[in-house]
Design a protein around this ligand. Structure first.
Ligand SMILES: C[S@@+](CC[C@H](N)C(=O)[O-])C[C@H]1O[C@@H](n2cnc3c(N)ncnc32)[C@H](O)[C@@H]1O
Length: 213
């Protein structure tokens, strides 16, 4: 039997997590990496649904790269739902996906995210599409997540709801193991975890995230 999942998402959901990354976390992380001769930053959107989260990340990254052009960022976005991934790859959205702060963030960061089409749809710009790699992945198969070892930022927002308590703990422990020291995990606005060694809750402007180490 196939696994049925729904994938409600929109651009710039919980925008303060992105603002924190753009203005504070990424510039500081880049400086730390540069000092040790590394320019690659790895971001993973785990449970990316139709791609709005990954493109919001790519958009925010473009803004940061206007200040740090040598910063090399890899964005990998995974989901178990192949239909969602198909949508994501097209980068073509209905108005519903714009109900967050997509317009505000385009004005704020002064980087184009996409353009409105005559039929009311929204098309993500090509340069952001080429920044993201979409991939099928089942998060339940923990042993297959090893390729994400060395991630700097993991987004797993509004996905834990699909799992029972014991597996949630295991998955978040795995995320912690896969993160580089000083890396961060971001969950959904209404999700939280506790009792995990190695991850510390930290404020991110009006939101929060989990810092490793
Ligand atoms: C509500 S969406 C969240 C999308 C996005 N992260 C956000 O916050 O806007 C949840 C996504 O998790 C995916 N998902 C559920 N179980 C999964 C699993 N075992 N492995 C990978 N993805 C899964 C669903 O297919 C769905 O697209």
């Amino acid at each position: 039997m196939g696994i049925v999942t729904v994938g409600e998402s929109f651009f710039y959901r919980n925008p303060d997590q992105f603002r924190f990354l753009a203005h504070e976390f990424l510039p500081a992380l880049y400086e730390r990496k540069r000092e040790v001769g590394c320019r690659l930053i790895r971001i993973w959107s785990a449970g990316c649904s139709t791609g709005e989260e990954a493109y919001s990340l790519a958009h925010m990254v473009r803004f940061v790269q206007t200040h740090f052009p040598e910063m090399n960022i890899e964005i990998l976005a995974c989901d178990i739902n192949r239909r969602n991934l198909g949508f994501a790859e097209k980068g073509l959205y209905r108005k519903r996906s714009m109900r967050g702060q997509a317009t505000e963030m385009q004005n704020e960061l002064k980087v184009p995210l996409g353009r409105n089409l005559e039929n009311g749809a929204f098309q993500v710009v090509e340069e952001l599409k080429s920044q993201v790699t979409f991939q099928y992945q089942n998060l339940r198969q923990l042993e297959n997540l090893k390729s994400h070892q060395g991630s700097d930022i993991i987004f797993c927002r509004n996905v834990l709801i699909y799992f029972e308590d014991a597996f949630r703990q295991q998955l978040v422990q795995t995320f912690c193991d896969l993160l580089n020291p000083g890396g961060m995990l971001f969950l959904g606005e209404t999700e939280s975890i506790s009792g995990l060694d190695g991850l510390r809750l930290v404020p991110c402007r009006g939101a929060f995230g989990y810092l490793k180490g």
